[in-house]
Write a protein that binds this ligand. Structure first.
Ligand code: S3P
Length: 175
């Protein structure tokens, strides 16, 4: 069966939400943001979920939401950076969609999100630890992805064009 979803994966700050928005507009698909659905379901922001339920609690919610979203079709799915931590999530996303990895260098990520404090796992006071998390995630994103697009020094239009070009080359993709 052909796949009609595009699932964007990548580290925090790699542009999944921004690119997702534009990609949805350009493809006419519905934009679905997993983190937003988690927040809605929990009734509290991500940082608060981590404080109250720990990372495990957050991951459990993330898996429930991801599996239910992946059952639907014709969507651009913007995931949270840690969605790759559970194989079940990726298996579900790959069943109905093409998984696209937005690959961004650590320096560019820091530049983009250093002033934000809504990400419990991105700690400017422990930049070494954050870099370590980034490095450990790289091979996991790569393994999960059907398609990788490097985003450094590229604007959103450029990244979207590269994604669409990559998708159109695939036999298992349906616009
Ligand atoms: C996380 C990334 C965040 C959010 C949570 C955990 C991670 O999403 O899901 O803070 O483990 O990388 P973004 O990638 O949208 O920032």
């Amino acid at each position: 069966m052909k796949k009609t979803n595009i699932a964007l994966i990548g580290f925090m700050g790699s542009g999944k939400t921004t690119i997702g928005r534009l990609l949805a507009k350009q493809t006419g698909k519905k934009l679905v943001d997993i983190d937003r659905l988690i927040v809605k379901r929990a009734g509290m922001p991500v940082r608060r979920i981590f404080e109250k339920q720990g990372e495990d609690g957050f991951r459990t919610l993330e898996t429930k939401v991801t599996i239910s979203v992946a059952k639907k079709s014709n969507q651009v799915i913007s995931t949270g950076g840690g969605v790759v931590k559970r194989e079940r999530n990726i298996n579900a996303l790959r069943k109905t969609g093409i998984v696209v990895y937005l690959k961004t260098s650590f320096n560019e990520i820091v530049d983009r999100i250093r002033m934000r404090d809504d990400r419990p796992l991105f700690d400017m006071d422990n930049i070494k630890g954050t870099k370590k998390l980034y490095t450990s995630r790289l091979p996991v994103y790569k393994a999960a992805a059907d398609l990788t697009v490097v985003t450094d020094n590229k604007d959103a239009e450029h990244v979207c064009a590269a994604i669409i070009k990559g998708l159109n080359r695939r036999m298992d993709w349906k616009q």
